[in-house]
Design a protein around this ligand. Sequence first.
Ligand SMILES: Cc1ncc(COP(=O)(O)O)c(C=O)c1O
Length: 398
Amino acid sequence: MSALPAGSGPSLPRDLFLLDPAVAFLNHGSFGATPRVVFEDGVAWQRELERQPVEFLARRLGPLLAEARGALAAHVQAAPDDLAFVPNATTALNLVAHSLRLQPGDEILTTDHEYGAMDRMWRMICARTGAVYRPVPVDLPVTTAETVVETVWQAVSPRTRVLFLSHLTSPTALVLPVQRLCQRARAAGLLSIVDGAHALGQVPLNLTDLGADFYTANAHKWLGAPKGAAFLHARSEVQALLEPLVISWGEASPCRTGRRFLDEVQWPGTHNPAAYLAVPAALRFWAENHGDAVLARCRALARHTRAALNARTQLAPLCPESEEWFAQMAAVFLPPCDGPRLQADMYAHHRVEVPVIRWRDRVLLRFSIAPYNSEDDVTRLLSALSDGLRRQGITLPR
Ligand SMILES: Cc1ncc(COP(=O)(O)O)c(C=O)c1O
């Protein structure tokens, strides 16, 4: 592979992370990977809790959570009281979806690029309520944001109640034009719910401008928090719609704030809040490690990798070469092949961890570039891919 252009920015030493050095880890997207110091911060909070559990959970937790929420809210340009910690995006979306009191015939409009577990959640809720989950086909390659907005919007009907969209899609790794779609939804009186599981730490977030009614993101993916840290943001105007997913002490909870939204969500019973409390350490990690320059290099290496893969397969890119469409995670088409076998072979024979995904009738490879990834990881990916396909009788041009 040719070298990255000069001035692309620094990478970070791999040993700042806990990752196995033998693996070319190109799947940050699935579960993230936590920097050592952030992980240690989470462990320190857990130790602190166990020194005096009553003092910690019943007296200190409320102010500690408020501080952590404050730091995160400043980072995503939101009001701290509109943002609650939850363990993951799945929980946040279940909380919102279960609160909606859907009626028979109500429609939830979405795309056919959504995360499988969330598709399943909506289908189960629709089966119970008689509502309809309607994925709009958004064909690849995508060309312009306007086309995507219009494609989704032409499917709105008088029955549409909710617009549900990923900010960054899971199978196809595309950045969707969510801000424009949320604006149109608001103007048309539809509720907007955005699944930003991959957004926090990968693309700049300004939740106030973005304007979704409900927005969730994981801190344990691209922000590098320990596993089990995410947030749900709800505009103050729609917070009253929410019902707790887990009914606990509510306004009498040990970390009560006097705000119903927070009091119903923050205390789902005894739990370990260490991952939430380590979110400020994750924010500090990026501030102290040249986050902007490091992530700019990741995006440059992602563009470079995508071009190299498309050149190797001689298949068309699935979106234009622009940060409007992808950041550190990108997907490329592969020739027709046995995807699960290819993924397993690349790991077994080359220790390259990368997902191979089926979307409609196409096979895609989705790679992630995090600060610990090097050009060498990408070279390994290219040879693992050629070798894996060769094992299936498919020869790529050199
Ligand atoms: C778009 C999207 N939404 C939701 C999720 C679920 O995240 P979690 O398992 O942390 O709840 C994922 C996980 O990869 C995802 O890609």
